[in-house]
Design a protein around this ligand. Structure first.
Ligand code: COA
Length: 329
């Protein structure tokens, strides 16, 4: 398995997590649920919650700074910032503008809105801008504060989502075959209603009525999302492997979006990835949307040359998979 001439290698990785933990026991006291139910249905034991002074941009900037440092670079050497989030700092401007300012970056900066598939979408975008020329070094950030849009009284979502951020530095390399070898992006917009925040945009601007209706909270049809998630992760991962001319046996690590332990296990089983190659941290962070893949990637014991299969899915419904050759860092 090898890539075209120029590649975009991952040369740095960083994360940022709020200190505050929210355990299942604490949730038992707030909504009608139980630790047993949450662990059995989701595999989640605790998640992180942003402090009042923490936001999507502050977490994203902290993860970005850590990734730049890990790459041995300084902010001035970053040509481009691509930030994935479903919980933006505010409607206008983009969250990337705040992160760019906080880090003192120059160059282009924009957001990618592909929900929990956002980090892979953003990596593919940055990678393409690097390999086609014009950009040498890009910072890709996935940052979320889902706890700010989850209805505290909705037991179907409050147990699942958490806050955090992760980032990678991608650098152009003409000499090795590290970086993204193949990818698959998709979206089925007919399923938009399965996971949505209805109010606060063009279709339903914020009003006293939307607030009274709770239309500013995240609404999820959990069972249907679950059913589709397993299918799209398996299909998208399979297409990605085929594009790279690889098989599942070539994969050293499977790093799926951390939505639910049962989705991860079912997808891995159908793909034929053995448990010991599956990276899981959903038990400690819950579903952190666009941050979940970099948070898992950062915890994986990767070594040079490893082949890593990334796969995410989320609101839209979107999905995105990529096969990544881990380089020397
Ligand atoms: C949300 C999810 C955990 C629910 O698990 P499930 O096994 O599908 O459960 P169901 O939705 O079928 O609900 C089963 C019962 O548990 C109840 N329930 C839901 N949340 C509960 C909770 N936190 N605690 C206790 N009971 C709960 C439901 O009300 C339902 O009760 P009923 O049978 O009396 O109506 C699961 O559907 C899921 O993970 N879906 C995917 C979500 C996801 O990945 N979203 C992010 C995409 S990026």
């Amino acid at each position: 398995v090898s890539a075209a001439t120029a590649t975009a290698a991952v040369t740095g990785i960083g994360t940022a997590l709020p200190e505050q933990r929210l355990t299942n026991a604490e949730l038992e006291a707030r909504v009608d649920t139980s630790d047993e139910w949450i662990v059995e249905r989701t595999g989640i034991r605790e998640r992180r919650v942003a402090a009042p002074d923490e936001t999507t941009a502050t977490l994203g900037a902290a993860a970005g700074a850590a990734a730049i440092k890990d790459a041995g670079l300084v902010p001035d050497q970053i040509d481009l910032l691509v930030l994935a989030t479903a919980t933006p700092e505010q409607p206008v401007p983009s969250t990337s503008a705040f992160v760019q300012d906080a880090l003192g970056l120059r160059g282009g900066a924009f957001d990618v809105g592909a929900a929990c598939a956002g980090f892979v979408y953003a990596m593919v975008t940055a990678s393409a801008l690097i390999t086609t020329g014009g950009v040498d070094t890009a910072l890709v950030v996935g940052s979320e504060t889902l706890t700010r849009i989850v209805d505290p009284n909705d037991r179907g979502t409050v147990v699942i989502f958490g806050d955090g951020a992760g980032a990678v530095v991608l650098q152009r390399s003409d000499t090795d075959d590290t970086g993204l070898l193949a990818w698959d992006l998709g979206c089925d917009g007919s399923a938009a209603a399965l996971l949505q925040v209805r109010a606060g945009g063009s279709r339903l601007p914020t009003s006293a009525q939307t607030v009274a209706d709770g239309a500013h909270w995240l609404h999820m049809e959990g069972r249907e999302v679950f059913r589709r998630a397993v299918r799209v992760v398996v299909e998208s991962s399979t297409r990605t492997l085929a594009k790279a001319g690889a098989t599942v046996d070539d994969v050293d690590w499977f790093v799926p979006h951390q939505a639910n332990r049962r989705i991860i296990d079912a997808a891995a089983r159908r793909l034929g990835v053995p448990t010991e190659k599956v990276v899981v941290n959903v038990d400690r962070y819950g579903n952190t949307s666009a941050a979940s893949i970099p948070l898992a990637l950062a915890e994986a014991p990767l070594k040079e040359g490893d082949l890593v299969l990334l796969s995410g899915f989320g609101a839209g419904m979107t999905w995105a998979s990529a096969l990544l050759r881990w380089g020397e860092r």
